[in-house]
Design a protein around this ligand. Structure first.
Ligand code: KG4
Ligand code: ZN
Length: 344
């Protein structure tokens, strides 16, 4: 006989990059979540400065933890486990969340649960109503990853395709920089593209002219740079942003359709920061409708980094929690396909 699962709430800490986030998940679902974004801290450098990120996490993590517990009306002693993002991410930033989580788990004598950041993203749509049912194809599009994954269940992941160079979010950020937009570039570029005209600039749809599910986005920013006139006016920059966004979102949609064909699944799940992009959402909604399938997205705030998704994954994996005294592993790099399946 297996021991009954501890149904007390799981507290989750997310510190993999430039957001400090804390959330609570329990038997009735998501209880509370909060987040501090470091955007202002890194803006003047045009990108995330890892050492500044780590230091800011150090000063935020415990006040945010207290705030979430107060909001939920819970005491530390009410918790049944502590989840944290164990990787992939900036190693110093990860270590802050890991050390705080391990300290709490040891003090409370509850299990410590290390979560894969991309599994968190992948499962974020599970926090919505209705939630997608397994099996499905997941498109994970963040600042560090572009993955197409076949998902049979939690921890049952088959990699179908990935970017051979820049991740989609990275391509958005780098192209935004070229166009003179501030960090973080993705949402800024999307805003500028709203003012752009479709078809004025037509950029390649990389790797769609051959079979396969891999991506390549680094050439697109070069294509934008080549097309960018030295004295580009506001309308030209907006047209370039629109051309870039159309090329990226159409490429993603073509590969999603192929992945659905290859696996025979009818459900598509989209997650990660670029999942907040409205044109991508629009395009994939049209694709799903045409195929009489379904597409699921997390709410916009849960597309980008957050602790609610880590809390959900931690809750689902709470049976795997380890005593904190065994250490608190962190991994800057960590293939999603190495995760263990969770029995239903
Ligand atoms: O998932 P995420 O918050 O962090 C990582 O795990 O990387 O993704 C951040 C990425 C950034 O590259 C950001 O520019 C991009 O997601 N992003 C967007 C939008 N919102 C965030 N890209 C395009 N359109 C958006 N609306
Ligand atoms: Zn992320």
């Amino acid at each position: 006989m297996t021991a009954a699962l501890d149904d007390r709430p799981v507290l989750a800490l997310e510190t993999s990059c430039d957001e400090t986030a804390v959330a609570l998940y329990g038997a009735a679902g998501l209880i509370a979540h909060t987040l501090h974004s470091q955007i202002k801290l890194h803006a003047e450098y045009g990108g995330v400065v890892p050492e500044l990120a780590s230091r800011d996490h150090v000063s935020r993590i415990l006040p945010l933890t207290r705030a979430v517990l107060t909001e939920a009306g819970l005491k530390p002693a009410d918790l049944g486990g502590i989840a944290y993002t164990a990787g992939p991410g900036l190693i110093g930033a990860l270590m802050v969340g890991a050390a705080a989580a391990a300290g709490l788990a040891a003090a409370l004598d509850v299990p410590l649960i290390g979560i894969h950041h991309m599994e968190g993203h992948l499962l974020a749509p599970m926090l919505e109503m209705p939630a997608p049912a397994f099996p499905f194809v997941a498109l994970l599009v963040s600042g560090g990853h572009t993955l197409l994954v076949e998902v049979q269940g939690i921890g049952q992941y088959t990699l179908l395709g990935e970017s051979l160079d820049d991740a989609v979010g990275e391509a958005f950020d780098k192209t935004a920089k070229l166009l003179g937009l501030p960090y973080p570039g993705g949402p800024e570029l999307a805003r500028l593209a709203e003012l752009g005209r479709a078809g004025v600039f037509r950029f390649p749809r990389p790797m769609t002219d051959r079979p396969g599910l891999d991506f390549s986005f680094s050439g697109l920013k070069t294509a934008v740079l080549t097309a960018l006139p030295r004295d580009a006016n506001a309308q030209t920059r907006a047209d370039l942003a629109r051309g870039f966004e159309d090329a990226v979102t159409e490429t993603l949609a073509i590969k999603c359709a192929r992945a659905l064909d290859a696996t025979g699944h009818r459900t598509l799940v989209v997650a990660g920061g670029v999942g907040a992009n409205l044109r991508l959402r629009e395009r994939l909604n049209v694709l799903a409708a045409k195929r009489k399938g379904q597409v699921f997205f997390p709410r916009k705030d849960f597309c980008t980094d957050n602790a609610a998704m880590i809390a959900y994954a931690g809750w689902m994996r709470r049976s795997e929690g380890l005593p904190a005294v065994q250490g608190f592993p962190t991994r800057a790099r960590w293939p999603l396909t190495e995760l263990q399946a969770v029995s239903a």
